[in-house]
Design a protein around this ligand. Structure first.
Ligand code: SAM
Ligand code: SF4
Ligand code: SF4
Length: 371
């Protein structure tokens, strides 16, 4: 019998302790990295577990019953997350996205949302708090989440056809339950709900038009994401990527579209509106059109490691500072030093990287760091 190999364990070993610089850096909300990019968006992963096994994210062959998920004491507590979030907000973060794994599996997540909702941006405004979910628990939880202070929700949905959806989540989860979750989110006031569809050529690209027809005119924003070479376990191949330009042209042929202005600097989605005014769609072209030049996103892992890029090979350990008696000023200085040293722009470099840094590199998994 062949021995089982778990390449992901490596990702947790490649860490750098976050260091408090000798000269303190006070938070001014004006932090810039080496390319002058500000820090505006923090994505927080609250669990590395999930009840789905999407093949492009947590393939069953690796994420089986023996997979070494993080033990509970390795996870940041809600108080620790809120403390770090406060530091990031002082450095200029305006938007927080909770993700995972499946964030709604984290027990009492609404308590964390309540704590984050109390934070204020440098300008004194409430944060834009949102969450990305597979929707499986949304029908049950939407109202509670809204009451806790969540503003909006993004639901991942890779097709409307029940057989295609069940095959893609690989746990036989019915699409009807997710659709009910989306309705519950609308009713709870978590709209406009964004729907994320990862498009894999030959697997679900025939679902593009049915999805567009279904969500058109319903107040939801459907976004098509190019299948990415994130992580090291999904067996990514370029020929399975359907370029966003083709998604747009397929929809435009039946439902005419006009291009819209971006909603905010650093926005990942290119926006297109239906010519008849009945709503909009978005395309996220992470593979065919890099948007690193204004990438203002930082990612905090479930166990308190800071990643500066979705394709990072190394994380900065903030937990040892948090649990080692560092003051908020120490934390702020450490985060500033890390962000000021950031030069990541993987998507821009993808094609020109040598194999050991490009597709062959061992990188963090999407389920570990979220989207
Ligand atoms: N479990 C939640 C969900 O599925 O919405 C949150 C975490 S999931 C990792 C966040 C997003 O990443 C989802 O929209 C998912 O479709 C997307 N994603 C995961 N692997 C991907 C890949 N290889 N390429 C593109 N998007 C991916
Ligand atoms: Fe789970 Fe989301 Fe990854 Fe699918 S994409 S396996 S739902 S974490
Ligand atoms: Fe940002 Fe990295 Fe993605 Fe570029 S590749 S947009 S730097 S997360």
């Amino acid at each position: 019998m062949s021995e089982r190999v778990i390449p992901l364990v490596d990702q947790r070993l490649k860490i750098r302790p976050a260091v408090v610089p000798a000269t303190p850096v006070a938070a001014s909300g004006l932090l810039g990295d080496t390319l002058g990019r500000p820090l505006r968006d923090l994505r927080i992963s609250v669990t590395d577990r999930c009840n789905f096994r999407c093949s492009y994210c947590m393939p069953k062959s690796i994420f089986d019953k023996d997979y070494p998920y993080l033990p509970h004491n390795a996870l940041l507590s809600f108080e620790e997350i809120t403390r770090i979030a406060r530091v990031f907000v002082a450095h200029g973060v305006q938007k927080i996205r909770l993700t995972g794994g499946e964030p709604l599996l984290r027990k009492n997540i609404e308590i964390l949302i309540e704590q984050l909702a109390e934070l204020r941006t440098v300008e004194g405004k409430p944060l834009d708090i949102t969450l990305t979910t597979n929707g499986s628990l949304l029908e049950r939880k939407a109202r509670q989440l809204r009451e806790a202070g969540l503003k909006r929700v993004t639901v991942s949905l890779d097709g409307l056809d029940d057989a295609v959806f069940r095959a893609m989540n690989d746990v036989d989860f019915p699409v009807a339950d997710v659709l009910r979750g989306i309705d519950a989110a609308h009713e709870a006031g978590l709209g406009p709900v964004k729907i994320n569809m990862v498009v894999k050529r030959g697997t679900n690209d025939h679902e593009i038009l049915p999805m567009a027809r279904h969500f058109k005119g319903r107040g939801a924003v459907l976004r098509f994401i190019e299948y990415m070479d994130v992580g090291a376990t999904n067996g990514w191949r370029m020929d399975e990527v359907l370029p966003s330009a083709e998604v747009v042209s397929r929809i435009h042929d039946e439902l005419p579209l006009v291009q819209l202005d971006p909603s905010a600097p650093g926005e990942t989605a290119e926006r297109w509106g239906y010519a008849d005014g009945s709503g909009e769609i978005g395309v996220i072209s992470s593979v065919t059109q890099a948007f690193c030049s204004d990438c203002n996103r930082a990612r905090l892992s479930t166990e308190g490691r800071l990643y500066l890029c979705l394709f990072a090979t190394e994380g900065h350990d903030l937990k040892h500072l948090l649990r080692g008696g560092a003051s908020d000023a120490d934390l702020a200085s450490a985060v500033a030093a890390i962000w000021q040293g950031r030069d990541d722009r993987y998507s821009e470099l993808r094609a020109s990287l040598p194999p050991d840094q490009g597709q062959g590199a061992r990188r963090i998994e999407m389920s570990y760091i979220g989207g």
